[in-house]
Design a binder for this molecule. Structure first.
Ligand SMILES: CC(C)(COP(=O)(O)OP(=O)(O)OC[C@H]1O[C@@H](n2cnc3c(N)ncnc32)[C@H](O)[C@@H]1OP(=O)(O)O)[C@@H](O)C(=O)NCCC(=O)NCCS
Length: 140
């Protein structure tokens, strides 16, 4: 498995994953804004894009993972772990944040397994659930 920056040919696969995660209305603008900033990493296996991780570096002067998704048929093979390792190695800040809905037990388990600690939550979002924040200190 390889993790690398998104290339033009990856867009269809990434849009598919983003649409599943965010819905068709939000996926386009979301992907576009991260592509413009070169803040979109993909995991590739067997010459196919099997996952992506999007992030931003302007969130309270910290790095924030805005979305991560792995194709259903490639889960539990370390793709998310590899994507987080990659963003950790390129983060301009030693403060890495990530988040998930309080109902997403798989993602909560993943964050714990990857060494994140709980770091508060956000209420009053349109999604109707509390968004849990996670924090990890990474080597600068
Ligand atoms: C959450 C998600 C990104 C994890 O991707 P993944 O590639 O399967 O994760 P990894 O294989 O790297 O797992 C890393 C660790 O997280 C934990 N983990 C991941 N999936 C888990 C599950 N279903 N149940 C329990 N623990 C899990 C494990 O500790 C795992 O390590 P291990 O396999 O050595 O035990 C994937 O399930 C997904 O795309 N879900 C839908 C989108 C989503 O919810 N994104 C997060 C919110 S934006």
């Amino acid at each position: 498995m390889e993790v690398r920056q998104l290339e033009g040919g990856d867009l269809v696969a990434v849009m598919g994953l983003a649409t599943e995660l965010l819905g068709s209305e939000r996926a386009g603008p979301f992907v576009r804004s991260h592509v413009e900033r070169h803040h979109l990493l993909v995991a590739e296996a067997d010459t196919q894009v099997i996952g992506f991780l999007a992030f931003r570096t302007d969130w309270f002067q910290c790095t924030f993972v805005t979305a991560v998704a792995v194709r259903k048929d490639f889960r539990r093979r370390g793709a998310a772990r590899a994507l987080y390792r990659a963003v950790e190695s390129m983060s301009p800040s030693p403060r890495l944040f990530s988040s998930t809905e309080e109902t997403n037990s798989t993602s909560i388990r993943m964050h714990t397994a990857l060494g994140f600690a709980p770091s508060g939550h956000i209420d009053n979002l349109p999604q109707g659930y509390r968004e849990l924040l996670f924090y990890k200190r990474v080597a600068p």
